[in-house]
Design a protein around this ligand. Structure first.
Ligand code: 5RP
Length: 224
């Protein structure tokens, strides 16, 4: 099985868990990235079975619409029964690093709004301690250097993701070299730096379940 086959198989597994929740008045949350794209493509077949989706990025909103799925603003919906999204890393407590696709802020908002967060990944995303994947931090442009200096003080090595502007008009720092022993604490600490819009640690609201694709099938992980 190649990498794309693994992404597709975990997306289909997530769809099996989501299908029983679909109904004409139901709006679900949809994430961003190549694995989420496989989920969107498979979900298209069921477009007539539910009301629509809230998307965590413009790219996903465009893809959903192309699949015939109506897209809603979160402000128009209540709490979402389920949110399906990928991740860049997950640990045994199902804390995540997200934001490789620069959509972390909207992803964190949709994750917060959902009752059940199903994270879909392949086995390469599994770690004991978060931080090997450079931590994305979305910053207000005028604060980029200020935030970068603060990240150096926290032991990180921030790199400006040049040429990337988020859906919110902001910039991304990718912070290398962090060994994230206490994800909740670091998530809050980075959030408190003026100019930070959001950081890619998802520990205050982790995943409820991680579906992990392996060459032998899809494993279901719950928090240890
Ligand atoms: C986008 C994300 C993605 O979920 C993450 O980067 C994983 O993407 P992929 O499924 O392509 O590996 O956080 O901001």
């Amino acid at each position: 099985m190649n990498a794309d086959d693994m992404k597709k198989s975990v997306a289909l597994k997530a769809l099996e868990q989501v299908k029983p929740l679909l109904a004409e008045d139901v709006v679900i949350g949809i994430g961003t990235g190549s694995t989420a794209n496989y989920f969107i493509d498979a979900l298209g077949e069921y477009a007539m079975d539910f009301k629509g989706a809230v998307a965590s990025s413009q790219a996903s909103a465009d893809r959903l619409k192309a699949c015939g799925i109506d897209v809603f603003e979160l402000n128009e919906t209540g709490s979402l029964p389920v949110y399906v999204d990928g991740a860049d890393e997950f640990d045994p407590q199902l804390n995540l690093i997200k934001g490789g696709g620069a959509a972390l802020t909207r992803e964190k908002i949709v994750a917060q709004a959902c009752q059940r967060f199903i994270c879909i990944v392949d086995a390469s995303k599994q770690v004991d301690v978060l931080g090997a994947f450079p931590l994305p931090v979305e910053v207000i442009p005028m604060a980029r250097s200020l935030v970068a200096r603060a990240m150096v003080k926290l032991g990180g090595d921030p790199v400006y993701r040049e040429g990337v502007v988020t859906d919110n008009g902001n910039q991304i720092l990718d912070v290398h070299g962090l060994n994230i022993q206490d994800p909740k604490q670091l998530e809050q600490q980075i959030n408190n730096i003026p100019g930070v819009v959001c950081n890619g640690i998802f520990a205050l609201r982790p995943a409820d379940v991680v579906l992990m694709s392996t060459p032998d099938g899809v494993d279901e992980r719950r928090p240890l």
